[in-house]
Design a protein around this ligand. Structure first.
Ligand code: ADP
Ligand code: MG
Length: 412
């Protein structure tokens, strides 16, 4: 699950990670009021969407080329920026061409780096590295820019420290990163505190990613070193959300993919791709295999919907409706390996959904395992345009061929 930047900063604040003061605003008047309340002379008006790259993004509605994060120096400009951004579609590197509509802003105190020659921007990330299966700290001197670009062009500029789960983080891990970034003296102490606190937030909140980019470091030279998270991002492990009802309450469904939301409400996992074959499967492993074999046969999956190991007939029907509802889908492959889940029940769910939905795309069903023969019988008896497959390869071959045939005849 993703949350907004202002929520991420609220969480970091609880762990004593320094962040600028700020207020959420839903209207231009609220934005101006928030800036007045915050005081100071510089404010940053920030679009809140579940995607990064906002500063370098642009709005579909205007040609000014101005992005979704704006540094302003008057209350009138706070108001004007809010008018400019609210209700508009922000397109960034991460949103795809459709963009996201900005529905809320975060008005924040500006940390004026331009007037402080000591200001440096760093990147700090904590995530679980799939290669080592360890929580890994990542840092770079290249802060405030797209870290993926840094990783691609100059991977040596990204420092990594993996944490042994038995010992957890130790101050020397953080110090090693801080010195690797070229910090010295009191800066290292301040960075160590910052990293340890951020790590605590990551582990105690069951996060899967924390990213602070940029992490602004200023040093006046007279011993006052300041670190500040100017941007913050969290993603959470959905399986641990039951332990964090306060984080669950931060969910902003209006900024998520509606199909994913519906799927998660039914307790199912939905993953979207760029192709046109919808897949309904049970189990993540079978999902991967199904996607691979479709590609091997020259097809492109549009999505997979994992109905889980113990789905009911109703859940199967709901899953099926979600797949049919995706306009990208030109054909559907149902691939179920019945264990605890019985194939006859899957067949009943599919038949119910096909009858209701007035199916206009080809459908191939492969059932194997518990009550598979009975399941196939139910599909045959329904006298619906459903193709049965003998095995996974046969299923992939049939759906790819059927989709090609409909396209040859001018599509649906
Ligand atoms: P994104 O990563 O989505 O582009 P950021 O929050 O990183 O959004 O903002 C983009 C840039 O705006 C930052 O790299 C930083 O230079 C500047 N910025 C963001 N917040 C502040 C702030 N509170 N004070 C000063 N500059 C800021
Ligand atoms: Mg950023």
């Amino acid at each position: 699950m993703n949350i907004h930047e202002h929520q991420a900063k609220e969480l970091l604040r609880r762990y004593d990670v320094p962040v600028p003061s700020g207020c959420v605003a839903f209207t231009p008047d609220e934005a101006a009021h928030a800036a007045r309340k915050l005081g100071g002379e510089v404010w940053v008006v920030k679009s809140q969407i579940h995607a990064g790259g906002r500063g370098a993004g642009y709005f579909a509605e205007h040609s000014s080329g101005q992005g979704g994060v704006r540094v302003v120096r008057s209350l009138a400009d706070v108001h004007a920026s809010a008018v400019d951004m609210l209700g508009k579609t922000l397109i960034t590197k991460e949103t795809g061409p459709a963009g996201r509509v900005v529905k809320r802003l975060y008005v924040e105190q500006g940390c004026d780096g331009a007037h402080d020659l000591s200001a440096r921007d760093f990147y700090l990330g904590i995530l679980i590295d799939p290669a080592t299966s360890r929580v890994t700290l990542m840092a770079s001197t290249e802060g405030g820019v797209d870290i993926e670009d840094v990783a691609a062009r100059t991977p040596e500029k990204i420092l990594k420290v993996a944490i042994d789960p038995a010992s957890g983080i130790q101050p020397f891990h953080a110090r090693r990163l801080a010195s690797g970034l070229g910090l010295s003296g009191k800066q290292v102490d301040a960075a160590t505190r910052f990293i340890l606190s951020t790590y605590r937030a990551f582990t105690e909140l069951d996060a899967s990613i924390v990213e602070i980019n940029p992490l602004r470091v200023t040093d006046s030279g007279d011993g006052s070193v300041k670190l500040m998270a100017l941007d913050a991002r969290f993603a959470f492990d959905d399986n641990a959300l039951f332990r964090h009802p306060d984080i669950e309450a931060m969910r902003d469904e209006s900024d998520d993919d509606p199909v994913e939301i519906k799927a998660s409400r039914h307790g199912m996992n939905y993953v979207c791709f760029d192709g046109n074959i919808g897949c309904m499967v049970n189990g993540a492993g079978l999902a991967m295999a199904t996607v691979d074999i479709i590609k091997q046969h020259g097809g492109e999956p549009a999505n997979f919907l994992d109905v889980g190991g113990s789905a009911t007939r109703e859940r199967v029907a709901a899953a099926f409706r979600l797949i049919i509802g995706d306009p990208k889908v030109d054909g559907i492959l149902v691939n179920i390996f019945g264990g605890i889940m019985r194939c006859d029940m899957v067949a009943e769910g599919v038949v119910e959904a096909v009858r209701d939905a007035d199916l206009t795309v080809p459908l191939v069903v492969r059932l194997e395992g518990t009550h598979a023969a009975l399941g196939r019988q139910i599909l045959r008896d329904a006298r619906l345009p459903i193709l049965c497959a003998r095995d996974l390869a046969d299923g992939a071959e049939k759906i790819v061929a059927a989709v090609r045939a409909t396209q040859k005849h001018g599509g649906r």
